[in-house]
Design a protein around this ligand. Sequence first.
Ligand code: FE2
Length: 375
Amino acid sequence: MIPSAKARLSADGQRLLLDIDTQPREFAALWLRERAPDAETLDPLTGQRLIEAAELPLDLALESAELSGDALALRFSDGHRVHFPLDELLGANAEDLVAPGRLLWDAHQAKPQHADFAAAIDDDAALLEMLEGLHRDGFVVVSGVPAEEDGMQSLMERVGPLRRTNWGGIADVKSVANAYDLTMTQRGLEPHTDNPYRDPIPGYIWLHCLTNAADGGDSTLADGYRAAQLLRERDPAAFDCLTRVSPAFRYRDETTWLESEGPLIELDSQGRIFRVRYSNRTERVEALPAEELAQYYAARQAFYQLITSDELTLNLKLDPGQMLIMDNYRLLHGRRAFELGGGVRHLRQGYVDRDSTASRRRVLRQQLGNAEEAA
Ligand SMILES: [Fe+2]
């Protein structure tokens, strides 16, 4: 569809103003020049830039801008001309709360997408459907996982490399004596994101259930993007505080000392919610001025109340042979307390990075003919 648009230039020619419906947009001439989608500026195959952008004159201007069909015909003061497709200019909407393609959910709206392990191994379309569900909802339940310790590995290898950590590759999540981490005890675990003390933070958690005969031990999930959205609606100052204050996170044992830092709600460069962090066990906020700390504590409490609320908490008990893949930048996961007297609970867990997972989804989309939606 061709949007109805009007184009005009600022007096110095350094800005293009596009009037589109009720949303005027402004583009810098230098940006349009360095992103010009022509073969002299960008390599047609890779889209990588061929000109040295930093050598463009800072006073570069547009000499004309005319709408021509579904593109803008631009002429720059350095003599360069280009047809810039409007849909490439208008792709991003600054009003979006999160990146496109996400469906935020409350507990009563969540409809877990189910995928079949064998189908996702054998069939690219089934794998793409699984990855689309993961992208949209932040999690997906996969059934039919081989009942072996590393049963999920063959599917991991179809998506991206397994990320090794100081705990190894695919590691146990089960109750042991002398636990070095609270995940290995029978106590419940408050909602959290995994490993904010790493850099980079693991992108996706793959959690495979081998046996789950224990009483209790349900997994809990909450959509951190939805929690952040609700916080912004209900308490904008708290939302703002959690995007500004950047606590540290630390994990230590005899052979490992990991530290990183970042806000509980992280925005991307366009102000959209990009990542949530929440790890009560490992958070170490600085001794900030008392007033700032007071704001942070109140904001953190408001966020905590949301991520632990019935409104947002989805309960899910994995059966043996099932696995859960979770977006660790978005979802908070936890666990109800369980009693080992009721049986054995043995899960295995591994991480896959975010970039390789997104790459797999985009390439599959392109190969299967949905390239226009691949972002
Ligand atoms: Fe965890």
